[in-house]
Ligand binder design. Structure first.
Ligand code: S3P
Length: 173
């Protein structure tokens, strides 16, 4: 089974995915890391040199490669579900879990995590808040197609990881 963690930048996909993998025998991968090692440049450099459309095509290619994989937890980039029919593909290949985080909490987290995120790295705080406000709701149309939605505000990463484990254990029987 393949488990795709989806949600806005900064919602905790990678850190919770690693926790989940540590407490199971599942492998954890981060799509951004796969892409970076495939082309040997950072996500920011990909956006600068190749452009966003090229990046989105590569995301799509990498996504399709999960079809034959087993017992793997995938942290997707925040834009993956929102292009083409990527969300439908993920729902066909495996389970999708949306980490829902409020605009306010995303802002708090992303203020400290702008460096390798080309879509926000050059924004000041006011612009960052506006970006989240304007981008989250159209993206949620796609995120909400996930098979499980977890409201992540005010709960610990450990709680979220154990919630996912129990959800998946019911899916496996
Ligand atoms: C993006 C999210 C990033 C990365 C790229 C674009 C987006 O991943 O794929 O910077 O469009 O939301 P994270 O969600 O892991 O930050």
């Amino acid at each position: 089974m393949v488990v795709f963690l989806v949600g806005f930048m900064g919602c905790g996909k990678s850190s919770i995915g690693k926790k989940l993998a540590n407490s199971t025998d599942w492998k954890f991968v981060d799509m951004d890391n796969i892409i970076e090692s495939r082309v040997s440049i950072s996500i920011s450099e990909i956006f600068n040199i190749k452009g966003e459309a090229w990046f989105r095509a590569l995301e799509r290619e990498v996504l399709n490669e999960f079809v034959d994989q087993k017992n793997i937890i995938v942290a997707t980039g925040g834009g993956v579900p929102c292009f083409g029919d990527n969300m439908d593909i993920m729902n066909q290949i495996g389970h999708t879990i949306y980490f829902k985080v409020s605009t306010e909490n995303l802002f708090g987290r992303l203020k400290r995590g702008r460096e390798n995120r080309p879509k926000i790295k050059e924004l000041n705080d006011v612009e960052l808040l506006t970006f989240i406000e304007e981008t989250l709701s159209p993206r949620e149309v796609f995120y909400n197609k996930a098979s499980l939605l977890i409201d992540c505000d005010g709960v610990t990463e450990e709680y979220i990881a154990s919630h996912i484990k129990s959800y998946l254990s019911h899916k496996l029987v």
